[in-house]
Design a protein around this ligand. Structure first.
Ligand code: ATP
Ligand code: MG
Length: 350
């Protein structure tokens, strides 16, 4: 790896960038706001602030969906913008080719989900290769590997580990051993599904329309994987019948009712992967437990629920939202881990 290197975790809801020797230098919403289908008017957290408030001519979107790059053009604009910002370039010069001292010639390593097609994996590589950034080497790391390294697990040993990353659009359940992936499944369930379920139950039970941001806030305050905690929050929305804005108290019991079905679907997928895991590795997992990462690992009581359903020890990792990007950082910093980053072989680039 060159002296200048960046590790990128392109998530559905957030993009995180690690700079070698510095740590996490960017952690923002992975969103873009475009006016009249052509002009980028805001990116990242600024675009998120505009979300659900902008007039019809401003479109605010997430270019990554379900763990893969769904909108290449907008993702490219976002990445270029973020990198120029990290390189310290004046905003007005964005778009012109002008190598910047802070990022010029830097190497990049990008985390990609494992359970995706070759074309989808290649698009992560091409995103950087086709940008107008002056890039050095581009390498790919499987997300579950970066996740395990970021969770402080010894991925090079012959000891099997299970990592479950519950993000915004996806949950990736993986079993690793000897620096490689034995099994991995990406399922389309994550925090966004929980937000949608909260929105629809609030509409059904309270006749109240709420926005995505309000639903996410309700989830962060009230979501509990077990029906034990009683709490409530006051939210604002629009009455379905009168169409007028109203204030209402939302209780944790309906939040539990909305989200539990999805939490059980995630646990079913975990059980399915456990059933397919070779017995010797299962015994390692029984010993050390399951490691849970991703922003949605913050849901209160999730460890208890998974433990109750699988009978295994559950470790919710510290700072679970950042395990992947911290893992990329360690892979860049520690020469013993550099073999975990892979250049895409030429046959994949045809
Ligand atoms: N305290 C919390 N309680 C519940 N959910 C949370 C909390 N903090 C963050 N989340 C949820 O975590 C998700 C974001 O996690 P993360 O950053 O790991 O996702 P991502 O990497 O962008 O998505 P993906 O990996 O699916 O592409 C969001 O759905 C967010 O609402
Ligand atoms: Mg993620």
């Amino acid at each position: 790896m060159a002296a200048k290197a960046f590790g990128i975790d392109l998530g559905t809801s957030t993009i995180k960038i690690y700079k070698k020797g510095h740590g996490i230098v960017l952690d923002e919403r992975n969103m873009i706001a475009i006016a009249d289908r052509k002009t980028v008017i805001a990116t990242g957290d600024e675009a998120f602030d505009m979300y659900e408030k902008a007039p019809a001519n401003i479109e605010i979107t997430y270019p990554v969906r379900y763990g893969v790059i769904a909108d290449v053009a907008n993702m490219l604009s976002l990445l270029t913008h973020y990198m120029h910002r990290l390189g310290g370039q004046n905003k007005r010069k964005i778009g012109k080719f002008n190598p910047i001292s802070g990022i010029s010639g830097a190497d990049y390593i990008v985390a990609t989900p494992f359970d995706i097609t070759e074309v989808e994996r290649r698009s992560f590589y091409e995103l950087i290769a086709n940008s107008n950034l002056k890039v050095g080497k581009i390498k790919i790391v499987e997300k579950p590997v970066a996740d395990a390294v970021g969770a402080d697990l010894d991925v090079m040993s012959a000891r099997g580990v299970m990592v479950v990353n519950i993000g915004a659009d996806t949950t990736e359940i993986s079993v690793l051993s000897l620096g490689g992936i034995v099994l991995s499944k990406l399922i389309p369930i994550g925090g966004n599904k929980l937000d949608e379920a909260i929105k629809s139950i609030v509409k059904r039970i309270h006749n109240l329309y709420i926005g995505d941001k309000t639903a996410e806030n309700i989830k962060k305050k009230l979501a509990c994987a077990l029906p034990t905690v009683e709490a409530s929050v006051t939210v604002y929305g629009r009455d379905v019948v009168t169409g007028l804005p109203v204030e209402m108290e939302i209780g944790s019991s309906i939040v539990y009712e909305a989200i539990s079905e999805y939490l059980y679907s995630i646990i079913d997928a975990v059980k399915m992967i456990l059933e397919r895991t070779p017995p010797e590795i299962v015994s390692d997992i029984i010993d050390s437990g399951i490691y849970v990462t991703g922003g949605s690992a913050n849901i209160f009581g999730l460890d208890e629920l998974i433990k109750k359903e699988t009978d295994l020890k559950i470790n919710i990792c510290q700072d679970p939202t950042n395990t992947v990007v911290n893992g990329l950082g360690r892979i860049m910093e520690d020469p013993k881990l550099s073999s975990l980053a892979d250049s895409l072989r030429p046959k994949n680039l045809i």
